[in-house]
Design a protein around this ligand. Structure first.
Ligand SMILES: NC(=O)c1ccc[n+]([C@@H]2O[C@H](COP(=O)([O-])OP(=O)(O)OC[C@H]3O[C@@H](n4cnc5c(N)ncnc54)[C@H](OP(=O)(O)O)[C@@H]3O)[C@@H](O)[C@H]2O)c1
Length: 327
């Protein structure tokens, strides 16, 4: 079997290249990719700003959905023909991709592969950062920055479903309303100057137990100010800058925790453990339709540069997806 995949020979060149399909190793499956999710990290990888880890596939693409076409040794539950969505260790922008069996979720008939491809990265990122590192508990208040993003649109729904009061941010009044429709109690506009004041007048300043920060920079001090005593702030992105000047007194006066992580560097076993927790706590709500992937637009695989430009412009709401059946 051949594999067609995208190679970014230069940052502005996406070549469709062909080689032999890889053979799944122990605990791995080969997925015929129907759709692949697009992530901001893919754009950075294309630009040479976020090289993949040494043990990862150099082919871009961190999440896929499709059909299992080969099963490696030591797999225990997936079979050829199963419909899955999966996190990959790179290699998703392709006609077939390798995934670990324990990094797959079985797709219900109610979800298309287009919707499935929008889920693994967001589910895992939110689960690990909000519920594990941030220890969000039922009844607490969580601020998910960027509720309009691929990550945030799922995060708002997950946190609401787990019994938290969810507040969020987005970049226009229309986008704020759309995030409210996903289940956020209050959404502030991050493009207006007075972000902290917006939360203050809504009664949330000083009462936020967990904050998922996707932007960093000057947002860090705002987060520290909004946090409740013993609050947890988890930073996963730096769209507003890698450097922050913060008032450390805010940290110790309120006993705050400031932490972060990047999924690409999380150990394989940790990812598998998180998928186990997602299967137990979150996936039943996805199957029931209570948590819905938000797909803005789907592009053919060979139009990947157009899709990346769409993401760079930031006009999408939710996820952008590639159709890998059209090469
Ligand atoms: N560490 C990890 O493991 C990990 C994993 C996945 C993603 N991430 C990071 O999480 C972030 C979201 O990823 P994604 O793929 O979901 O991206 P995305 O869909 O492109 O969403 C970007 C989000 O950022 C908001 N935004 C843009 N500029 C902003 C600013 N200056 N201040 C505040 N918010 C701003 C956008 O809001 P509007 O469009 O409404 O203005 C939108 O909600 C990225 O930074 C990504 O690198 C990290």
């Amino acid at each position: 079997m051949n594999r067609h995949y995208i190679a970014f020979t230069t940052p502005e060149t996406a070549d469709v290249t062909t080689d032999s399909a890889p053979t799944p190793g122990g605990g791995e499956v080969l997925v015929k990719v129907h759709h692949a999710g697009i992530n901001r990290a893919d754009v950075l990888q294309r630009l040479g700003l976020y090289p993949p880890p040494e043990d990862a596939s150099p082919i871009p693409g961190l999440e896929v959905a499709g059909e299992v076409v080969a099963v490696g040794p030591e797999c225990t539950h997936l079979q050829v023909g199963d419909r899955v969505c999966a996190l990959t260790h790179g290699g998703g922008y392709a006609s077939v991709a390798i995934a670990r069996e324990d990094h797959c979720l079985t797709l219900p008939d109610t979800l298309t592969t287009e919707q499935g491809a929008a889920l693994p990265e967001a589910l895992l990122t939110v689960w690990y950062n909000v519920f594990e590192r941030g220890r969000l508990a039922k009844g607490e208040t969580v601020l998910i920055h960027g509720g309009s993003s691929g990550i945030g649109s799922i995060g708002v729904q997950m946190a609401r479903m787990m019994g938290a009061t969810v507040i969020s941010t987005a970049g226009s009044s229309q986008r704020c309303e759309a995030v409210q429709a996903l289940g956020a109690r209050f959404v502030a506009n991050h493009r207006e100057d007075n972000l902290a004041a917006q939360f203050e007048s809504a009664g949330f300043a000083g009462h936020v137990d967990v904050i998922l920060d996707i932007a960093g920079g000057d947002l860090t001090q705002t987060n520290l100010d909004l946090a409740a005593p013993d609050g947890r702030i988890v930073c996963i992105g730096v769209m507003r800058g890698m450097q922050s000047e913060i008032n450390l007194a805010t940290l110790f006066m309120k006993r705050l925790t400031l932490t972060g992580s990047t999924l690409r560097r999380l150990e394989t076993t940790e990812r598998a453990r998180c998928f186990g927790a997602i299967r137990e706590h979150i996936w039943p709500s996805v199957v029931a339709g209570d948590i819905r992937p938000v797909v803005d637009q789907t592009y053919p695989l060979n139009a990947v540069l157009d899709a990346h430009e769409h993401m760079r412009l930031g006009t999408h709401f939710g996820k952008l997806v590639l159709d890998c059946q059209v090469v």
